[in-house]
Ligand binder design. Structure first.
Ligand code: PLP
Length: 399
């Protein structure tokens, strides 16, 4: 008999994951090349060759109990040291190895942070549309998710007045995801500054630590010269959660890290708690081989021009066909307004053309769908005919 809590999670299983499984079924029926699977943020961009070379070099030269053994719960010290040095150089920060905890991707990073800071019924604020897993992660630790409504009128940049009104003496954290999944919007420095001001004001007023949890798997994926402000400089109680899943296109390798800077109140206690949380939730340590690999690849990423090329083609063509889309500035998602009010109806009509997209009600924002364009360029090119037919069916394509 499964638990009541798990029954609920089974009933509300991830729409993204369901679409991904559906895609696999359709590919068996129609052939891989005839299904346009834009469901999951699973990059098909080539993994940088340095990653493969580092794996081979480590396998050939490193001791077995290093690359295949357990590590400390917070990870290898030399790896954390290499990451600190690289970020300090890039962002002019002042991190040391002790500020880092190596994690099993951003998913486990978020879980161990939330486990370490939440008491029962404490609240974590998220900005809609938001990565749908946040709700499960917060509720894993008996916390409550509080949603700031989607700010459609301002290109989905969150309304800070609403944020301010929703912070209270139960608030423990705010999650920000920049560049954003699913909108592709990048929050600029002026927004980050204003957000920090609200949080500082509220910390003081409520005499409470409020953590800004910065979920950053897309940090390097930005276009048209946009920049993602490095968040720790703006608000002291910031916890960074990073992942290599997207920047190196290795989501299956499950590697990332958490940073707690010294300026965070009682930072040492928090780092210890997060390190122990890594063990007690059963991750124990981040994959040893992958820790060593990322320490050798600190300054490289996938070729972002590949995502940019996909973005430009898909955005311009969908606009031409009459779809209303948010112009992506970062990440690799296109957020498209559903021509009918019901985003589920749109997603299922798209499926008739073998196009798989995710209805955005699952991100807390009805009336839109998310297209993950981290596919091959060929998939995008081949899908255009089907998108055009879909637009014709809705009567939005004006020739
Ligand atoms: N946060 C966001 C916003 C994501 O989009 C994802 C994955 O798609 C994650 C976290 C989890 O990433 P990881 O593969 O590092 O666990």
């Amino acid at each position: 008999m499964i638990s009541d809590k798990m029954k609920e999670l089974v009933k509300n299983n991830s729409v993204i994951r369901e679409m991904f499984e559906e895609g696999k079924k359709l590919k068996k029926i129609y052939g891989e090349e005839n299904v346009f699977d834009f469901s999951l943020g699973n990059p098909s961009t080539p993994v940088p060759s340095k990653v493969k070379d580092s794996i081979i070099e480590l396998l050939e030269n490193e001791k077995q109990n290093i690359i295949h053994g357990y590590t400390s719960n917070n990870g290898f010290e030399d790896v954390r040291d290499a990451l600190a040095k690289s970020l300090n150089k890039k962002y002019n920060t002042n991190f040391k190895s002790d500020n880092f905890i190596m994690t099993v991707g951003a998913a486990s990073g978020l879980n161990i942070v939330l486990k370490s800071i939440l008491n029962k019924d404490e609240e974590v604020i998220v900005f809609a549309p938001y990565f749908s897993e946040y709700k499960c992660y917060i509720e894993n630790y008996d916390g409550k998710i509080v949603v700031i409504s989607p700010n459609e009128g301002n290109n989905f940049v969150p309304d800070l007045k609403e944020l301010e009104s929703k912070i209270n003496n139960k608030t423990r954290g705010v999650i920000i995801n920049n560049p954003n999944n699913p909108t592709g919007v990048v929050y600029d420095e002026s927004f980050i500054k204003k957000l920090s001001e609200v949080l500082m004001k509220k910390e003081k007023e409520l005499e409470r630590d409020i953590y800004l949890i910065s979920d950053e798997p897309y940090r390097e994926i930005v276009f048209d010269g946009k920049e993602v402000p490095f968040i720790t400089k703006y608000y002291k109680d910031t916890i960074v959660v990073y992942s290599y899943s997207k920047s190196l296109a290795i989501p299956g390798e499950r590697i990332g890290y958490v940073i707690v800077q010294d300026e965070v109140k009682d930072s040492k206690d928090l780092i210890t708690a997060i390190t122990i949380a890594n063990r007690v939730i059963g991750c124990v340590n981040a994959p040893s081989l992958m820790q060593k690999v990322v320490s050798k690849c600190t300054d490289i990423t996938c070729d972002m021009n590949i995502y940019d090329k996909n973005r430009k083609l898909l955005y311009s063509k969908l606009k031409e066909y009459g779809f209303k889309c948010i112009k992506p500035e970062g990440a690799f998602y296109l957020f498209v307004k559903s021509p009918s009010e019901d985003d589920k109806e749109f997603a299922s009509r798209a499926k008739k053309y073998n196009i798989l997209v995710v209805p955005a009600y699952s991100f807390g924002c009805k009336g839109y769908v998310r297209i993950a364009y981290c596919t091959s360029f060929n998939t995008i090119e081949k899908s255009l005919k089907s998108f055009k037919k879909l637009a014709e069916e809705y009567g939005i394509y004006k020739k």
